[in-house]
Design a binder for this molecule. Sequence first.
Ligand code: SAM
Length: 222
Amino acid sequence: EERETWEALDQYFSEKLHAFDPVMDWVLEANEKAELPPIDVAPNQGKFLYLLAKLKGVKTILEIGTLGGYSSIWMARALPDDGRLVTLEFSEKHAAIAQSNMKKAGVDGKIDVIIGPALETLPTLKDKGFSSFDMIFIDADKPNNPHYLEWALKLSTPGTLIVGDNVVRNGNVLNKESADPSIKGIRQFIHLLSEEPRIESTAIQTVGIKGYDGFVVGVVKK
Ligand code: SAM
C-alpha cells in the first residue's frame, strides 16, 4: 500500500540521517504518555525546521502552537547561546508538558512558553521585548491562519522566514466549497499570501508518517 511505503521511507530516512536522538524520542514518548494528540511534526520535518533555522543563522524564533514542544525543541537546538524562541500555546496542559520536555532537552533556558489564545498573546510580545523575529512557525488553530499571517508580518523584518504547516490536509485544501473552518482558514491564508507584495512564498506537498500534507515557506522581502 502506498501509505505503508511513505511511512517506511520516513522511518528509513530518520534512522539513517538522524537516528539515536534519545532526547527527541523521549519527548515523543512523554507526549504519548500524557495523551497529547500525535499532531507534532514528523522527526524529519523537525530536523528540516532545525536545518532551515541553521541555514539562516536565526537568533529569534516565534512559534504559534507549542503542543508538547517537539518542534520547539528541534528549532531551539539551532539557536546560538544568546538566541531565543518564543512559543504560544492555548492549553495549560500542553504548555506544562512542553516545559517539562524542554527542560529535559536542556533548551528551556532559551525558550519562553506563553500561555493563552495566540490572538491575545501576540499583541503582548512587543511589551515583553520581542519586537521582531528571524523565523516564524505557524502551527496552531488553522481557522486563525489569516490573522497569524498578519501578526507574522507585524513581527517580521526584511528577511524573516515564515513557515506554515498543514496546508494540504490530505488534498482537502483544494476544495473551494469546503465548510470546514480549517480548510477555509488555510485557503484564505494562501490567498492572502498570493496578494501580499511583501512576502515571496511557495508551498511543498509532503507524504510520510503524518500522511499527505504540506507546508508553506515565505521570506519577507528586503
Ligand atoms: N508545533 C507543534 C509540534 O510540531 O510539535 C504542534 C502544534 S499542534 C499542531 C497545535 C497546538 O496549537 C495545540 O497544542 C493547540 O492546543 C494549540 N492551539 C490551538 N488553538 C490555539 C490558539 N488559539 N492559541 C494558541 N495555541 C493554540
